[in-house]
Design a protein. Structure first.
Length: 56
């Protein structure tokens, strides 16, 4: 999810959702819009690499 004043209220509910999954995690990307993959492609690559490393 993205972090901005407009989405600050949503961090806690999303964190609860992530913690409900056995291997869930919440990744908050600063200064990105809803189109995180366009605004911060490196954050997407990093998160995917972390997951792949974890399951390998």
């Amino acid at each position: 999810m993205t972090r901005s004043p407009a989405t600050a209220w949503a961090v806690a509910p999303h964190a609860r959702l992530a913690s409900a999954a056995p291997r869930g995690r919440l990744v908050v990307v600063d200064d990105a819009s809803h189109m995180v993959h366009l605004d911060a492609p490196g954050a997407i690559v990093e998160a995917a690499a972390d997951i792949l490393e974890e399951i390998a």
